[in-house]
Design a protein around this ligand. Structure first.
Ligand SMILES: C[S@@+](CC[C@H](N)C(=O)[O-])C[C@H]1O[C@@H](n2cnc3c(N)ncnc32)[C@H](O)[C@@H]1O
Length: 355
């Protein structure tokens, strides 16, 4: 085993390879992977799983690496049957050490994730891969139990955001768009792809919480079995079009998820904890998620609209206040500090900016 150092995250003490772990995406060329930038990703998963926890849940950390996420679930939520899986033998050894170090009772397996998902079922499946989760979505949608949650991370944002449209089409069977809204569109393409894969297995997958930040997208999808439920949820998958300033249905961007990215009830039940390293940052995100949960897909970007009008950019709060005073819904979006979600048309937003 390579030299190890101990790090602390949440309530866990975790041994990870001694190397320089930098911010943002980290190289996969390490004996066992760990990324400190993903702390908020893991904090959110603890808060969400705690908010939806039921009795006797069977939980899988499918690509566990050091085991950090599943071990945190055991320490910070407890009372669940937790399995940590990774096909990397060095990761298996490290997970065992980390489980002992934290005195948690977890199962550890070293299977190819798709093999494990083909002969077991779970109430919560976490898939946090290098790059794309696409290769796991079919087996995962069949292995998730009725009422269970499929949690997926995607770090192949260049494909999903339209830098490599053909790669996006190959992995997700959808055409992306490369403009300021690309993160929301990429996130919606990821969800739309999971929803369509679930559909062919007669499973409805619906977002409880889905967001974009740092170098990744993350979606928590609730599974319900049944052909009618799958038909109903597929009604929310469609195409969008962008014409100079506004988003319209139809067109050639997608297919993507066009429904809500958040479930209000789940958001209201999620709590940050004092031991979360990302507590303050996560609270800022949660404030915006609670505002934007019922808003339509995509948003207007103030910097773009300002250059379109050849004016200097007005403060976002002024535009939101004006739109609200005109009777429209208007909120911020977590995808951009200068983005506005609203049911007003682009022309109506331009009007408020001209004033
Ligand atoms: C990005 S890392 C996981 C990071 C971890 N979830 C965390 O929070 O630190 C991806 C892991 O997936 C494992 N892996 C990749 N493909 C796999 C497969 N098909 N089956 C099982 N494990 C796999 C790799 O060995 C690697 O440890």
């Amino acid at each position: 085993m390579v030299d190890l150092i101990e790090i602390k995250e949440g309530k866990a003490r975790i041994l990870v390879p001694k190397t320089e772990w930098k911010k943002g995406p980290n190289s996969a060329k390490v004996p066992v992977f760990y990324n400190p930038t993903m702390e908020m990703n893991r904090d959110v998963s603890v808060a969400l799983l705690k908010a939806v926890r039921r009795k006797e849940m069977k939980v899988l950390d499918g690509l566990a690496a050091s085991g950090i996420r599943g071990i945190r679930f055991a320490l910070e939520i407890g009372e669940m049957e937790i399995t940590l899986n990774d096909r990397n033998k060095k990761a298996l050894k490290l997970m065992e050490k980390n489980a002992d170090l934290n005195r948690v009772d977890v199962k550890i397996t070293g299977k190819n994730l798709n093999t494990l998902l083909s002969d077991s079922s779970f109430d919560y499946i976490d898939i946090d891969p290098f790059g794309s989760p696409a290769e796991f979505l079919d087996c995962a949608s069949r292995a998730i139990r009725n009422g269970g949650i499929l949690a997926i991370t995607a770090t192949d944002t260049a494909a999903l955001c339209g830098v490599y449209p053909k790669v996006c089409y190959r992995r997700y069977m959808a055409w992306p768009e490369h403009n300021w809204c690309m993160h929301e569109i990429g996130l919606r393409i990821l969800i739309g792809s999971a929803v369509r894969i679930g559909g062919r297995n007669d499973i409805s997958l619906k977002p409880l919480l889905a967001y974009s930040t740092d170098h990744y997208f993350r979606a928590y999808l609730m599974a319900e079995k049944g052909a009618r439920k799958a038909d109903a949820v597929l009604e929310n998958v469609g195409m969008l079009e962008f014409d100079d300033i506004s988003w319209k249905n139809g067109g050639d961007i997608g297919p993507m998820w066009l429904g809500a990215l958040f479930d209000e009830m789940v958001l209201s039940r999620m709590k940050t904890e004092d031991f979360f390293g990302s507590k303050r940052r996560m609270e800022k995100f949660m404030d915006i998620w609670k505002e934007e949960w019922k808003m339509p897909p995509c948003y207007h970007e103030l910097s773009y609209l300002s250059s379109f009008l050849h004016i200097s950019q007005p403060p976002i709060r002024h535009v939101i206040e004006r739109l609200k005073s005109m009777g429209f819904e208007a909120t911020r979006t977590h995808c951009s500090p200068t983005g506005i979600k609203t049911d007003a048309s682009a022309e109506e937003v331009l009007e408020t900016m001209r004033e």
